[in-house]
Design a protein around this ligand. Sequence first.
Ligand SMILES: Nc1ncnc2c1ncn2[C@@H]1O[C@H](COP(=O)(O)OP(=O)(O)OP(=O)(O)O)[C@@H](O)[C@H]1O
Length: 402
Amino acid sequence: MILQSQLAEILDAQYLTFTNKKLGQKREKLAKLKLVINFALIITGVRRCGKTTLLYQLLNENLSHVLFLNFEDTRLVNFENDDFVRLIAEIKARSITTLFFDEIQLMPNWELFVRQLLDDDYKVVITGSNATLLSTELGTKLTGRHLSTELFPFSYQEFLAFKTLENTADSLQLYLKQGGFPEYLKTGDGMILNQLLDDILNRDIAVRYNVRDVSTLKKLATYLISNIGKPVSGNKLKEVFGIKSTTTILEYFSYLENTYVIQFVSKFSYSIKTQIRNPKKVYTIDLGLFTENSIVFSDENGRRLENLVYLYLRTNYSEIYYFAEKKECDFVVMQKGKVVELLQVCYELNAENMEREIAGLTEAMDFFDLKEAKIISFNQKEIFNKDGKIINVIPANEFIVS
Ligand SMILES: Nc1ncnc2c1ncn2[C@@H]1O[C@H](COP(=O)(O)OP(=O)(O)OP(=O)(O)O)[C@@H](O)[C@H]1O
């Protein structure tokens, strides 16, 4: 339990912290956000990607009517369900129209509280660093009254604006190395991203899901980050890491995916069952995390570029697969059951790899009956016509900026 006076003090202190934030680099997402009465706006994204700052940018014009509460505040450890009543009293006593709650999902039954606020015509924004906040269950609990969106670390264009750089091959190379976490870009200090991964593993996974063997979890996370662009299977990794059951390793995969650190892409199959059983390709949410936490030192450029293309696709499309029959094609992008892009990623097309890359792509084009596809390269530009099939080779910084 928490005293009303204590709660008021915490709210005042947090309001000060929030309103002292800097506006920073304007986020692309800002233009897409809308606060609607009776609907909760839910923003999820990996820790430290800038969710609070984005909200500050959104609410900046109207700060005097905003209440901000971060439920991770250590002064709220004793916050219980009944304290929501005190919180509502505090809200009603202030002239507030908009409520912003960070990591509210840590509190049991928070949905009831939010529903009441929506019924009372408050505008509510919720941010969180776990994708489970977007679960379908939430739709039921908020009776469909929510709009959800995801935020990622800086995109390439935001990175360019933040660093005041032109879109050149050098800038792209730098982004492939540094990724888009604002604090890391400001300081270049690798410890920031080591600490971030540790925090996520310890606080968001081990504590939350009661994982005792944090050391194995950490080894697994490092392994996955190091293997971006490669297929992984729970069954195989289970043995490598001495984890007893496949269920446990699949749970670890989903915890890592829910915190956004690791992303998985399924192999395309018309059968959902086969899709689930097949190895998944692994990517990371940010290339700086790869730079600072992976244990690989060679053959990186190609995989970095593939990860970059994945992130671009992930922010723009919801259905992404890889294709592997006799040959392979890196990305199959679908919308409403239709393939809209077939993409191969190849850092540099040369005499050695050309045939393989094109063969994978044309096999996928035949399979999906498509006449056009793309190869995303670091900085080559060409058009091939292979037996009536058009293959566009495009520099990555053209593709992801288009
Ligand atoms: N748009 C931006 N421009 C400049 N700096 C930014 C921007 N967004 C975030 N930052 C910096 O990155 C750090 C993390 O930002 P912020 O607190 O907004 O992220 P968050 O996603 O809310 O983090 P958490 O998951 O810990 O709640 C802060 O130091 C902030 O100043």
